[in-house]
Design a protein around this ligand. Sequence first.
Ligand code: NAD
Length: 509
Amino acid sequence: MQTINAASDPLYLAIVGAGTMGRGIAQIAAQAGVQVRLFDAKAGAAAQGVKDLADTFERLAQKGKLDPQAAAAATARLQPVEALTDLAPCNVVVEAVVEDLAVKRRLFAELEETVRPDCVLATNTSSLSVTAIAAGLKHPQRVAGFHFFNPVPLMKIVEVVDGLLTEPSVGDFLLQLGRRFGHTAVRAKDTPGFIVNHAGRGYGTEALRLLAEGVAEFHQLDRILRDTAGFKLGPFELMDLTALDVSHPVMESIYHQYYEEPRFRPQPLTRQMLAAGLVGRKAGRGFYRYADGQAERFDEAPASPARPPRVWVSRRHEPGHRCVVALVRALGGTLDEGARPAADSLCIVTPLGHDATTCAAAEGLDARRTVALDTLFETGRRRVVMGTPLTSAETREQARGLFGADGVPVSVIRDSAGLVAPRVVATIVNIACEIAQQRIAAPADIDRAVTLGLGYPRGPLAWGDQLGAPTVLTVLEQLHGTTGDPRYRASPWLKRRAQLGVSLLTDEE
Ligand code: NAD
């Protein structure tokens, strides 16, 4: 199919559906110099959309964020239309109507009868199959996904999705168009969740798994993941913000669309919360309770004055040993340098995917006096101490006192293979590796899409490289061994790159 160059002028874009997404797309298109026709099935909605956008441009100009002339020009490029047939001359149509397969299929069938033969038909669907939307059309090869995120002007990423029958030139055109809009455009195969909503499955589900295992309370898990892994929002804060009536069905849908893939398995808790109406911030209660828009606060336990008489540090994981020894010295603790711990020493282990119990057992340590410290993630903002089921209250208090001696908060958690952050991040890296392995998207596009679409501190593949692919693999293998849960089986992409000693971003010819 011969498609027009997305850089050409004038370029005519039609948007069907003048709701949240349609308006957002219209805004960035008009600002990028594209002529926009907006249509909505609801009478007057397109005109209202254009009026609201004109107000937006004016406000941006008043705030000095947009040149007044550019604002006026952008407004002039927006035209509301009241009939689908008014879209006939357009070069590309972007559909942003309700997320309903039958509605979208009917609309595309009508559009096919209306627009020019070389007009590209794009859908902003986030959860439906592009291939299914195009099925039954006379020319399914001109249909592709063009998936933006809300709010469109701020979320500078768009996924261009090739259906099974989409002609490559159609996706090429949409990539160019997305870039013309000033967005980062990435390309994905038509698969459930595309890139962003697929890669995003690890964070919430693994945090829910940790909660279900009783490793820590939800607010402790939020703090740990924010402070040690660098996530902007903890997983439970995020679920409360997104609202469970939106995120729980997505969790279930992706899980079922991948035929019950254990990596995406949701937890019963969110379904129950949904049934109880505890959907999140907008309902006044989700994981947290909200009053006047503020989440309830969970105060941290005050720093403990307790100190261990001496500290013995396991040498099984050399980098972990070095990290703890340096920390204990800096905190004024007394090191027990013996080959075996003295009778009154606090024993510190630094697991790599193991739980504290396994570490204590492997070295014949007294489990009552043993705790683990997470040394794989940031220890400057928070320290994570993990006990065995037998670790005494006195030992926990001594560890909390020692590791909090400089005022850094300490989280004390129950035993977990992979602690908290290593476990959650390894899960995220593994899912990204599997997306690359299934050739759903190129490795660099996976990282770009996740950083921009999910706001994670790093792209998952680069994050895996930073931790070291062999480390991520070990964490997953230990988790798999301890739990027996196929959720933690490592992707072949990760295994091969760990074995070869190369970056997780290494593609295969
Ligand atoms: P919305 O409810 O805000 O807007 C949908 C608009 O489409 C409404 O104005 C409605 O009147 C109109 N409409 C419905 N059926 C129509 C039809 N047959 N013909 C013309 N107009 C019709 O919805 P939204 O949030 O903008 O979502 C639109 C699409 O974008 C959906 O497919 C959704 O899954 C997808 N999406 C939404 C988000 C988001 O965060 N809101 C993010 C990414 C993708």
